[in-house]
Design a protein around this ligand. Sequence first.
Ligand SMILES: [Zn+2]
Length: 459
Amino acid sequence: MMTVLKNFRIVDKNTDIPGALIIENGIIREIISYRDSSANHHVNPFIDKADVVINGLELPFGGGGPEGQMPVLMPAFVDLHAHFRDPGFPEKEVLESASLAAAAGGYGTLVCMANTKPVVDSVEKMAALKRRSCALDLIDLYPVMSLTKNMEGKELSDLAGLPAKNESAYKGPLMLSEDGRDIAQDDIFLKAMKEARRIGIPVSCHCDAGGKEAEKAKQAGESRSVWSRIEENIATERAIALGKEARCHIHIAHVSTKEAAAIVRGAKAAMANPHKLLTCEATPHHIALTGACSHELGDESYGRVNPPLRGEEDRQALIAALLDGTIDAIATDHAPHTEEDKAKGAPGFSGLETSFAACNTVLVKSGLVDIRRLSALMSANPARILGLDSSGRGGRGLILPGFRADLVILDIDKKWKVDPGAFKSRGKNSAFAGMDLWGKIVMTLRGGRIVFFMQFPPG
Ligand SMILES: [Zn+2]
């Protein structure tokens, strides 16, 4: 099976060229640059043989003009942090709706958190979810396994039973996490981290385990944003310190305060190889919005998220941290809820279908970063954190020969109004509702196969 994608602006972490892409049996075979004068001579024989040809200039938007107007073709996005709510909370989301939302958001590979009912705390539960996802065939799902049984923070999940990841038949998780609450007891947290090191996978730390200072602030009646800031800063420091002791790869989830970003920056600077031991993510909502937005939506209802949206100074600090490499990846923390749950204060937003547009608007349209950097943050770096970045194993996150043809076609200049009612996710809770964002996902391909194509005419 051969597919040719021609007349695209091909973008990844390292590339930004007009060209064509040859895909054979789901794998990228060749990239042909139009800057090379013999490009047509190169492409035409493939077109003659191709089963499918997708011409960027024939897509019904933009296009039709000089190379600057060719639609953008990027590696599909990789999400290190999503809540699929399956099994256990079908009123909020199910595997099917989350997978459709992911494909519609341009995602090809996702990690889903284990705080479901039951908690995913065994290889069997993880494998059951993975099997269902394989049957759907829309995305590659890597369920997280919890660090402790039922996420109670007491007894380790069966981590000791997992082989090392470099063994060829490895079928275990690519990431471990206790999700919303890091393990409270140091010795148990440390023991889990030592297992993660032995297996060779990162521990995603949510950094809101609490601490005496945070507890004091809470007791004193301080607002949630005050005690949660203290909590995040202390918990970030703690996770890094324990990780250092265990010599385990710590991944800091949804960093949101300027202090926590500085803590991560300092810790990375002291490491010889931070890529392998300390990585960090931020969410589109923390990068794009501030507490003023959650206040408007309702601090204890529609605007509530963990960690809370912070001040403008924090937001600027996150952007600086994205620019200097302190933050490695953008992760959605997709957290779908029912209208009823959200009105009662359930934390989080549905994020899969707005993440590219939010980041494109705030980071690229504004001129803060170029689109290659955004591709690194949304594809190459998260793939690297999961160890999915080598072509020998069907690499993702880059457009290179040998890598999987997980791709997304974008109309980056399309302005649209966010209407959560149109989300494929069951969760219609969005902090971006009603806002104008730039950048529409036109098509998502997985292994060279189309899994999402936007409706026309584009709305
Ligand atoms: Zn989470």
